[in-house]
Write a protein that binds this ligand. Sequence first.
Ligand code: CTP
Length: 410
Amino acid sequence: MSVLSGKKIILGVTGGIAAYKTANLVRLFIKAGAQVQVIMTPASVDFVTPLTLSTLSKNPVYINFFNDELSTTSTETSKTALWNNHVEMGLWADFMVIAPATANTMSKMVNGNCDNLLLATYLSAKCPVYFAPAMDLDMYKHPSTLNSFEALKKFGNIMIPAESGELASGLSGEGRMAEPENILSFIEKDITSKLPLKNKKILITAGPTYEAIDPVRFIGNHSTGKMGYDIADAAANLGAEVILVSGPSHLKPKNPLVNVVRVTSAAQMHEACHNYFNNVDVAIAAAAVADYKPKNVASQKIKKNDSAFTIELEKTTDILASLGEVKKNQFLIGFALETENEIEHAKQKIQKKNLDLIVLNSLNDEGAGFGKPTNKVTFISKNFTIEPQPLKSKEEVAKDIINKIVEHYA
Ligand code: CTP
């Protein structure tokens, strides 16, 4: 999966011959799973048609501050002009790409000129801005162009250098806009290199465990694994290498970079976790591990004979506590599900299991617990800082947990 998946991109197209290549660039962004909003300068429409870019981006293309077309609502007969809100678009985007960036547009960006919608959006945008210059070789080397490059970089914009080759003038040299494939990989690499959990390895447990009674029966629980899978996705999305040790679950991580190790029982989960724990930076125990398992597992299916039937249970190993015992520098996060005296019990678990952070679920909270899409948690750190959180979707709780890790390493 591309790091551009789900990203909102404004592609600013300015008036140079390389504008024709933006059709391919839009295609590549869309293929990578991004949403694309194209804004063109009036001069660029001579080089590539708005209809082409609109069709490929699956969005209207904006050129002017006002829409040329007037909209009519079904209930009104009067017509209203539509304002293309550059401030809103600037804030909507995760990042902006100006490609091709002509000498003229770059000079205006340097000086804060604002005589078209693209420049107004650029000035309003708070997100990272990439620019891919394109011009003839002598223009590319001109001191004023070089000044523009330096000034734009000083403002924090990111330059995607031009490539060398044959130019529209017939001359050959530096100044050709980077090929769309190269623009895409430049941006992907740049984003990946800045992800906050890059170079971090995270072990996560998820789901229930099944403890065999006989070859066909087991003791399990209603955990779907959703919380752990959401945490795994959130960590991988921020660049972490993730090992997800999952008990039986129908779920699949959304981020294909998550490595899933599938296990069934608490003993298998324990073994898998210890295989990886030494080499990870963080471990998060989100699994609903069975606390007890049958002492003896029948080798053949147990026949129903008597009116009553008893299974002798013994404790499973507490995986989280066993990780706490051998922990070195790992940041260790556990969950606690409590029904009474919640904070006190959670604090005791922090100490007993040698944790750095505990995520407390209270069953007294509406919307928290198994099988629900939401969760209401309280974070308690090892120095007993208590941070109650509002009711949120499990995806959001997962992001909050991962942000705690980002904060820890910040
Ligand atoms: N846990 C684990 N291995 C177990 C039991 C629990 O790794 N055999 C982990 C869970 O993944 C969770 C945490 O321990 O992160 C807390 O589990 P919980 O059931 O709330 O508490 P327990 O320690 O089992 O204590 P009790 O049930 O007595 O409250």
